[in-house]
Every structure is written in structure tokens, then in C-alpha cells.
Design a protein around this ligand. Structure first.
Ligand code: EPU
Length: 336
């Protein structure tokens, strides 16, 4: 196992910001994690990355970056259930297309989400009405505290909106190395969310296949979100805030057009993109940092932005939303 020193991280974060890591290790096989444990790496400062699509380096990293690059996807069918096990280092969208190509329904609404399989349970990824927590069966993780491997059931992951125990209670402790998904051969397709139905109609598709949905979702994402391979970004920078319905009712008095999604009898989720747009940020540029012109929830690097500059803009956005709406946005992206 090779330890690289003073590694440049620009190619390892989708923001494309420049920073260096004091040490960098690429893990291709889970057994290497035991070697790292025995070498005491986990007793010092470390951070695990997959596709680098949910991290902002605001300074050089004075520790060890561990990149998870193990590969492999397998499946078996039992009755109408399909069990798919994928290595943490697989690209999430490749897994989606593994399923689409075999007509296995369940992941197609999450096509083109950037990142890796290993990251998928950590923040319970989701898009267009689908969420990881509804398809994940188990995940196998390495415990950096004890040096043991542990399999988590879906329930043990403590999933909620963009959250799991891997991000909250046990943040930084476990490294997800394989994920098993349970899909159903006869699952019905979900086209009702967002612009999917409208885009299908535009294409004269009345009986969509799994592939049609994956293609339409990919098209909508490409239209709306900047492609990280050309414009540095990490998708949604903030989470959609969940607020009390009493506060929502107050806000509606001044802004009846506020965009929200009811959660339960007490809470609603407000579209952070809408809040940020109302504060005048959509399309705004500050030096090398820009707020995306088609979706104000996305902050982009025009090319030469530093992580610290991007962070500063995110602080300004949080302050203006707080001042205007009394809602404190939380970042979805990990700040290092
Ligand atoms: N909106 C605005 N202005 C904006 C952006 C959004 O007014 O600049 C309003 C619009 O009314 C829009 C609504 O907000 O209809 C919702 O916007 P969108 O459909 O883009 O969804 P979102 O809630 O902003 C979430 C996820 C995205 C995911 C989309 C689609 C979060 C934090 N983000 O965004 O995930 O692609 O739904 O399902 O939950 C990501 O996590 O990186 C990501 C891109």
C-alpha cells in the first residue's frame, strides 16, 4: 500500500479547489484498512473520501486522506427480490445503469447523482422522489475505532432526510466498504415528482420504461445542474430546512408563494433554493465564486476559487436567509 505525501487534491474534489493532503492513501481492497488500523493511521487525523462530491477543502489537510476505490458489482434474484451488492468505490451512476440495463427498477430516479456507492448511505442520497433508505438492505463498514468489520441493517443506519448515523452520532467512525440494495422486479415506476412527467410527455412517452426514466432524470439534471467535470460544484450546498408549520404560516402571510413540502402535522420542508433566490443570490458572482443561475442551492467555482472563498460566500448566504426569513440554513457539504 502506497502512502503519497503532499498530494494535490484538485482532482479529488468536485469543487476543483486546490489544497494538499499531508498523506494520501488509495484503498483498493478492504484488507488494506486493517493494515492502516495496525499502522495507527486511525488514531491520527484522517478523512475518508469517495468521489469527493460532498466536500469543500478550505485549507490544506494536515492528516491522511483515505480514498475508497474498491470495485465490483454482483446480484442475485430470489423470487421477485433482487439483491445487488456493490463495492464502496463504484461510481453511483454506474450502479444505476447496471440496474437499468438489466431492467431492475428502483434506482432510476437517482440517475446521475454524483459520488460513489460508499457515500450513498452516509448522507442518504435522494432525488426525484427516491431515497437511498428505501432501497438499501444492508451495508458493511469498517470500524476505525475497533478495527472490526460490521454489517448494518437498514434500521441500524438511523436514516432520515440527508442523514444517517454515519453522518451524525458516529460521524467519522465507520468506513462503508460495500452496500447491498434490495429491489423488487415488479416495483412500480415513479414519474410524479418534479418535471419527470412533463419531460416524458414532451417525448411522447406514455408507457415509460426504467430506461426512459433514467434518461429523462439525467436530462433534467444536466439542464438544471452544472456538470462538475467542467464547472466545479458539489450539488446542493445546503439542506432544505425543516421548519415548524407555525413558522411557515407566519412566513406565508408575507410570502404566499413560498415553496414547501409538508412533512407531518407539525413540520414542513422549505425549498432552500427558493429562500436563497429570494435573497437575490441566484446567478450572483463574487470573484471566482458563483451561485448557479438555474438552481440557487448550488454554489460553483468559476475556475480559480479557493475553498475559503466558497465558504465565505456560503456564510453570506446563511446570514441573508437568516435575516430575511429567520431560518438558519445548514450545509449539506462537509467543510474541511
Ligand atoms: N426553487 C427556486 N429557486 C431555485 C431553486 C429551487 O425557487 O433557485 C424552488 C422551485 O420552486 C423548485 C423547488 O424549489 O420547484 C425545488 O427545487 P428542486 O426540484 O431543484 O429540488 P431541491 O429541493 O432544490 C432536492 C435535492 C437535489 C435533488 C432535487 C431533485 C436537497 C438538498 N437537494 O433539491 O439534490 O436533485 O431535490 O429531486 O435535498 C444534491 O443533493 O446534491 C442534489 C442536487
Amino acid at each position: 500500500m502506497e502512502i503519497q505525501h503532499n498530494k494535490l487534491l484538485r482532482d479529488y474534489n468536485t469543487f476543483g479547489v486546490q489544497a494538499t493532503a499531508r498523506e494520501f492513501i488509495d484503498i483498493k481492497d478492504e484488507k488494506q484498512l486493517l493494515d492502516l488500523y495496525n499502522a495507527g493511521i486511525f488514531q491520527k487525523k484522517f478523512f475518508v473520501i469517495g468521489g469527493g462530491s460532498n466536500v469543500l477543502f478550505t485549507q490544506d489537510f494536515d492528516g491522511t486522506i483515505i480514498k475508497i476505490s474498491n470495485k465490483g458489482i454482483q446480484h442475485f434474484i430470489e423470487g421477485s427480490n433482487i439483491f445487488i451488492t456493490a463495492a464502496g468505490g463504484e461510481i453511483w451512476n454506474d450502479l444505476v445503469w447496471y440496474c437499468v440495463d438489466r431492467s431492475f427498477p428502483g434506482l432510476e430516479n437517482m440517475a446521475l447523482i454524483p459520488g460513489t456507492v460508499g457515500a450513498s448511505p452516509i448522507q442518504n442520497i435522494g432525488a426525484y422522489g427516491a431515497e437511498l433508505m428505501n432501497v438499501m438492505y444492508t451495508c458493511r463498514a469498517f470500524d476505525t475505532l475497533t478495527g472490526q468489520f460490521k454489517t448494518f441493517s437498514n434500521q441500524e443506519c438511523g436514516f432520515s432526510y440527508r442523514d444517517s448515523i454515519f453522518k451524525s452520532k458516529c460521524a467519522g467512525r465507520y468506513i462503508v466498504i460495500t452496500v447491498t440494495y434490495k429491489l423488487h422486479l415488479n416495483a412500480s415506476l415513479n414519474t410524479s415528482y418534479g418535471a419527470i412527467d412533463a419531460e416524458l410527455a414532451k417525448r411522447n412517452i406514455t408507457q415509460p420504461t426504467i430506461k426512459d426514466i433514467a434518461q429523462v432524470v439525467s436530462h433534467i439534471r444536466v439542464e438544471k445542474l452544472p456538470d462538475p467535470s467542467t464547472i466545479g460544484n458539489a450539488g446542493s450546498f445546503f439542506k432544505n430546512p425543516i421548519i415548524l408549520n407555525t413558522q411557515l404560516e407566519q412566513l406565508k402571510l408575507d410570502c404566499p408563494e413560498i415553496v414547501f413540502f409538508p412533512i407531518d402535522e407539525h413540520n414542513s420542508k422549505v425549498a432552500a433554493g427558493w429562500l436563497i433566490e429570494q435573497c437575490g443570490w441566484k446567478g450572483k458572482e463574487i470573484g471566482e465564486v458563483a451561485v448557479w443561475k438555474n438552481q440557487a442551492l448550488v454554489i460553483t467555482n468559476k475556475g480559480m476559487a479557493t475553498g475559503a472563498e466558497i465558504f465565505l460566500v456560503s456564510e453570506q448566504i446563511i446570514t441573508s436567509v437568516l435575516n430575511k426569513f429567520n431560518i438558519k440554513l445548514e450545509r449539506e457539504v462537509n467543510i474541511l
